[in-house]
Design a binder for this molecule. Structure first.
Ligand code: IMP
Ligand code: MG
Length: 182
């Protein structure tokens, strides 16, 4: 290894994992009101690539029957600003009338969340449609969307790791880090 310098820790692996335990309880409490069974399980729609790791930890912590689906969305901008939204893969099976929980890595401007909520609503008229996000950056919101379940509320900082990238780097880190934007 030539370069072992790792980004500074912002939220540690153990903080993430303990928050996920509590978040699972909040989510389970909401779905307790409905009779989720294997036939009509909860459909989790993870948003690739950023939410892949959070989705895999969260669903293993949720004590609910789940059907796991993914869509792939991307927001191309320069550096640390989210920009134009593209949808490389929106293919899903017929999940009409089901309970759908979207899992995002971060809600920043909210454009991704607004687009996906509207798309799933129009296509599938779900029984309930909820959004869980590992991170929420409310100060950057340009839309009026709010995640229903949030891991951590954060300031306007660019974070990486635990699925989140900077130019496709750092997704593999076990913790959330901050990179120096200069
Ligand atoms: P939106 O602006 O809410 O639509 O978020 C678009 C996407 O920008 C998110 O799903 C992330 O992939 C990315 N993004 C926003 N803020 C950050 C950050 O702090 N670190 C890494 N990616 C981010
Ligand atoms: Mg993302």
């Amino acid at each position: 290894m030539t370069n072992t310098t790792k980004p500074a820790i912002f939220i540690s692996e153990s903080e993430i994992q303990s928050r996920i335990q509590k978040l699972s309880v909040e989510i389970q409490n909401f779905y307790k009101n409905y009779n989720l069974e294997t036939e009509q399980s909860l459909v989790v729609v993870g948003v690739l690539k950023g939410a892949a790791i959070f989705t895999s930890d969260l669903i293993r912590s949720l004590e609910l029957p789940i059907q796991l689906e993914f869509v792939r969305l991307a927001s191309y901008g320069d550096g640390t600003q989210s920009g134009i939204l593209t949808a490389p893969d929106l293919s899903l099976p017929n999940i009409s009338g089901r309970h759908i929980l979207i899992i995002e890595d971060i809600v920043d401007t909210g454009k991704t969340a607004v687009f996906l909520k509207q798309y799933l609503q129009d296509q599938f008229q779900p029984k309930t449609l909820k959004l869980a996000s590992l991170l929420n950056k409310p100060s950057r919101r340009l839309t009026d969307v709010q995640p229903d379940f949030v891991g951590f509320e954060i300031e306007d900082k660019f974070v990486i790791g635990y699925g989140l990238d900077w130019a496709e780097k750092y997704r593999e880190l076990k913790y959330l880090g901050i990179i120096d934007e200069s």
